[in-house]
Design a protein. Structure first.
Length: 288
């Protein structure tokens, strides 16, 4: 009976102590939970934007471990260089549809994260970047015909990048670099371009062959002229030599030489003429 009474006296005390232990455990757990909400870790390459019940406070956190009030939240903003790609359907100035794959590297500065978050939000890629890329690419492409989009690709990319950089700068987004990774046309246009290139190559080949024939003909004509000039010059020299020889011969002739030459070539017959008295000799034969 006594033991039962003692047990009855002890049980309320034990029960009170158990309640205190449980309350203390709850308090400790609550403290741990509250403490955990006061600590935030910002990874490398990010900046934390601190908010009070969703409202930007103007405070940002660099990478590392930080303490904040339990009622505050932290939005992590990526400040690394981000690679984005956009697929677009555009039209050239001659109304040819072209598919363009456009790649860009963008980055936001740590000191601009709170402004970007408060004015645009975390989805600034779809809200700002994609629409501006589409508008810039389509605007610039519309200034080129389809063939120039291919042949002047570097100039096209540079013009788009300049326009896009200026637009995104207004949103505190920096364009690091851009590139046109692919330009594709409809099959009908591609076939037409290939056919035109083949025609141009055939035309160029024909023009080259024609020019070669002209060059060969001109060369042949020059050779003939050179040969003719050489022949004429040779004939001239020969004639001048003969004339000079005749002149010298003529200067060296006298009456005695001429008479001797005559007799050396005379066949002994005298030319005659008929007169009233009969035949008469026309040449007087000298008597020795």
């Amino acid at each position: 009976m006594m033991n039962i009474q003692n047990n009855m006296n002890i049980s309320p005390r034990l029960r009170g102590r158990g309640k205190k232990i449980a309350a203390a455990a709850v308090i400790v757990l609550a403290v741990i939970i509250i403490a955990s909400t006061c600590v935030v870790s910002i990874p490398t390459g990010f900046t934390g934007v601190v908010t009070n019940f969703g409202k930007v406070t103007g405070r940002t956190l660099d990478p590392g471990i930080h303490f904040k009030a339990p009622w505050q939240s932290t939005v992590k903003m990526d400040t690394r260089i981000q690679v984005k790609t956009v697929d677009l359907s555009c039209f050239s100035s001659d109304i040819q549809e072209v598919m363009i794959n456009y790649a860009l590297n963008i980055q936001i500065a740590s000191h601009d994260t709170k402004t970007i978050y408060s004015t645009i939000g975390t989805d600034y890629y779809n809200v700002v970047i994609v629409p501006n890329v589409a508008e810039c690419v389509k605007t610039v492409c519309a200034k080129y015909n389809a063939e120039d989009l291919i042949s002047q690709r570097a100039e096209l990319a540079k013009t788009i990048e300049q326009m896009l950089s200026e637009r995104l700068r207004a949103y505190n987004i920096a364009v690091i670099s851009t590139s046109i990774t692919d330009i594709d046309f409809k099959a009908s246009f591609t076939d037409a371009v290939e056919a035109k290139q083949v025609a141009q190559q055939n035309k160029l080949r024909a023009e080259t062959e024609a020019e070669q024939k002209v060059i060969e003909a001109e060369a042949e004509q020059r050779v003939r002229k050179i040969n003719a000039d050489a022949q004429a010059y040779e004939m001239k020299i020969k004639a001048e030599a003969e004339a000079e020889a005749n002149r010298r011969i003529a200067e060296s002739l006298n009456e005695d030489i001429l008479r001797k030459m005559y007799y050396d070539n005379w066949d002994g017959k005298l030319p005659t003429v008929m007169g009233g008295e009969g035949a008469m000799s026309l040449i007087e034969v000298p008597q020795n």
